[in-house]
Design a protein around this ligand. Structure first.
Ligand code: FES
Length: 314
């Protein structure tokens, strides 16, 4: 159910990361949420964008949501539109919704964040800290000057936080995964390259897939060099062309086909579809390497085709 929110306060964390406090009209209480939840903002012609809710230790105002948005100057306009908002502006959002919940496990948690993928991890660290559950937070960014929230993280969680910088002190994923105990659950949020590398290092180190929990922060649907391909719907035999810059969901929905999906980033698994023939070009972080190699499943919100045509079980 969409709700109207009012921008109550704005502050700049870095040159590109802006923090927004949002309230309901008249300051009414807002729906509850748990660590890992996000809001989906409706941004007119640029579509919808999801931003994770942030909660710090000792800060729990039921009448206020806090999010952080990193401006992507080369992006498709969503973050720039968010950065153009001013205090007092109204915006429509759906949620909170949670596809990245903290699991109930006795062992420790390793929270691994890349860039602005930190935001859900702040709330997770707060929840774990409040429940006296063991955790570490490892946070990597390109350099110290573009890293947001380093000081408040260290103030809130002390030695539980490790900071890594690609330019001076890069993250060694193999070494990090080598420190995990078998009962550790790994939560990863960041760009796809980091997620894929971390997952590979974790499974190579013996971590089981069901202890690895992932949220992709950026949309990986479009890549330079994408070409058109055809999608055939097995139930009707109808064939549609998916051009570069459009997803399978974009094309099929425009043709009036009802589809079930949610994140549209390739990390929730809701749009998963059986592939009857053809070769998918997987761009999600849901499927395991073995599932991807099987070629029988795909996430149609982001993945494309390596073959000229895919026949989908729709
Ligand atoms: S809608 Fe979430 S993976 Fe496709």
């Amino acid at each position: 159910m969409p709700q109207t929110l009012i921008i109550q306060a704005i502050r700049d964390e870095t040159d590109r990361i802006r923090v927004f406090d949002l309230t309901a009209p008249e300051g009414a209480a807002l729906p509850n949420w748990a660590a890992g939840a996000h809001l989906t903002f409706e941004l007119g012609e640029v579509g919808t964008r999801c931003y994770s809710l942030i909660r710090w230790p000792g800060v729990d105002d039921p009448a206020c949501y806090t999010i952080a948005v990193q401006r992507e100057d080369d992006g498709d306009g969503g973050s720039r539109k968010m950065h153009a908002l001013a205090v007092g502006d109204r915006i429509t959002a759906q949620g909170p919704k949670n596809d990245f919940e903290l699991r109930d496990h006795p062992g420790p948690a390793l929270l691994l964040a890349g860039g602005i993928g930190l935001t859900p991890m702040i709330s997770m660290a707060t929840a774990l800290h409040g429940a006296n559950r063991p955790f570490r937070l490892v946070y990597a960014a390109r350099s110290a000057d573009v890293m947001g929230f380093a000081n408040p993280l260290q103030s809130a969680f002390g030695t539980g936080v490790t900071l890594r910088y690609d330019d001076t002190a890069p993250l060694d994923l193999d070494a990090l995964m080598g420190t995990l105990t078998p009962d550790t659950h790994l939560y990863i949020c960041g760009p796809k390259g980091m997620i894929d590398a971390a997952r590979t290092a974790a499974t190579a180190g013996g971590q089981s897939e069901d202890q690895i929990h992932i949220e992709l922060f950026t949309n990986s649907a479009s890549v330079d060099g994408d070409t058109a391909f055809e999608v055939e719907i097995s139930s009707t035999g109808a064939v549609y062309t998916v051009p570069p810059g459009k997803t399978i969901i974009d094309v099929l929905e425009a043709e009036g086909i009802d589809l079930i999906y949610d994140c549209q980033r390739g990390d929730c698994g809701i749009c998963q579809t059986d592939v009857i023939s053809g070769t998918p070009d997987h761009r999600d972080v849901v499927l395991s390497d073995a599932e991807k190699a099987s070629g029988t499943l795909m996430q149609i919100c982001v993945s494309r085709a390596k073959s000229d045509r895919l026949v989908l079980d729709l």
